[in-house]
Ligand binder design. Structure first.
Ligand SMILES: *Cc1c(COP(=O)(O)O)cnc(C)c1O
Length: 380
């Protein structure tokens, strides 16, 4: 069990919560392992040249992703800003200074409609205009080809929840590269499985952005950008510490770089079969405890990383509210979980009447607290 007191949060009167919702930024993302915090603390005691630190950290990212080059970013969202800026302005300081005004530059980013997520705003933040292809169920290869023109800066590819209707990444790469257009990927929440660190680059993506503060368990405000050397150089030219660029607002400090690199090195050394088994066991515990409550359909969903849906990278316990359910409404249950002591946050998709228990941020023992509280509410 984890310690139940925290001087700082208690002093400010901030309620601590049990996170059964996954790597959600608003709940704090993830908990850094002690070795990551120690690396940050140690890094905090010295001055260094940030260019040198970025260069050396980038070399570690390149080695672990198989990319030509890498860069620590201020999160995957910042990585997307830099991907767009790099493809539009390149390493030209005058163009970097001019962004987000893209006059005289290629400024269109082609994106599947199926990939429109709340984060694609980050491409527009750099000044890009999004050009959509496909619909919610399918996309034709000729649509991609026809959308590419002299103003196309890049084709974007987003691995988020439910990527239905998008062309496979290797096909996108083939079509884009035939027209000399780079493919930029956001795979923020696709780690683990660790194979994804190298997978999209092997499939030909020119740049890939990951979160450092989700499954990698580095500082919440960090990310990983990996890809072609010229594009990473351009991303850095459009990034902090350069004060004359859109990316200046997404600064990464030396402590965060130390934390992210330490976390990444630990991540690639982790036995994820064992981790997945532990996550599954927590979900199984919750599902077994709730089994048999009339009107509910409680399922243990297995991890299915092959679906390339961010939510399927780990097992979950899913509670479905059927028409025969006569207890509290789903939304009331969610509210009661939040209001309890300790508060519990769950994953509740807007498109179905379910509550999902995501195990990745449940610390040992918390699955019992979650199961017990759910029983109090659902089977009083
Ligand atoms: C979490 C997420 C992001 C943002 O990542 P940060 O590291 O929090 O900046 C972007 N895209 C998708 C699909 C995500 O899930």
């Amino acid at each position: 069990m984890v310690s139940q007191s925290n001087a700082f949060y208690d002093r400010l009167g901030v309620k601590r919560i049990i996170n059964a919702a996954s790597w959600i930024t608003v709940y704090g993302g993830s908990i850094m392992p002690p070795a990551v915090v120690e690396a940050m603390e140690e890094a905090s005691r010295w001055f260094i040249d940030l260019h040198e630190l970025n260069q050396k950290a980038g070399e570690v990212i390149a080695r672990l992703t198989g990319a030509e080059a890498g860069l620590v970013t201020a999160g995957s969202a910042a990585g997307m800003v830099l991907e767009a800026a790099a493809c539009m302005a390149g390493s030209d300081p005058a163009k970097a200074w001019q962004l987000p005004d893209t006059t005289g530059m290629k400024n269109e980013i082609v994106i599947h409609r199926a990939h429109r997520v709340n984060y694609d705003h980050n491409f527009r933040a750099a000044g890009a205009t999004l050009v959509e292809i496909g619909d919610s169920s399918s996309t034709r290869e000729w649509e991609l080809d026809a959308a590419i023109n002299d103003s196309t800066a890049a084709v974007a590819y987003i691995f988020g929840p439910r990527p239905s209707g998008a062309l496979p990444l290797p096909n996108v790469v083939e079509i884009a590269h035939a027209r000399d257009v780079p493919v930029i990927v956001d795979a923020a929440a696709m780690l683990p499985p660790p194979e994804n660190l190298t997978r999209y680059l092997q499939q030909g993506a020119d740049m890939v952005s990951f979160s450092g503060g989700k499954g990698v368990m580095g500082p919440q405000s960090t990310g990983i950008l990996a890809g072609r050397a010229d594009l990473i150089e351009a991303a850095y030219a459009n990034s902090a510490p350069n004060s004359e660029a859109v990316g200046r607002a997404a600064k990464v400090c030396k402590e965060e770089i130390a934390g992210l690199i330490t976390a990444l090195e630990m991540f690639v050394d982790t036995d994820f079969e064992a981790v997945q088994a532990g996550w599954r066991a927590k979900c199984a515990h919750v599902a077994e405890r709730l089994d048999g409550i009339p009107g509910l359909r409680v399922e243990l969903l297995e991890a299915e990383p092959e679906t390339e849906d961010a939510w399927s990278n780990f097992a979950r316990a899913r509670i479905g509210f059927t028409r025969d359910w006569t207890g509290q409404s789903r939304d009331r249950v969610i509210q009661m979980l939040e209001d309890g002591e300790p508060g519990i946050r769950v994953n509740s998709p807007s498109f179905e009447q379910t509550i999902n228990i995501c195990p990745v941020n449940l610390r040992d023992g918390e699955e019992e607290i979650v199961a017990k509280r759910l029983m109090e509410i659902l089977a009083p």
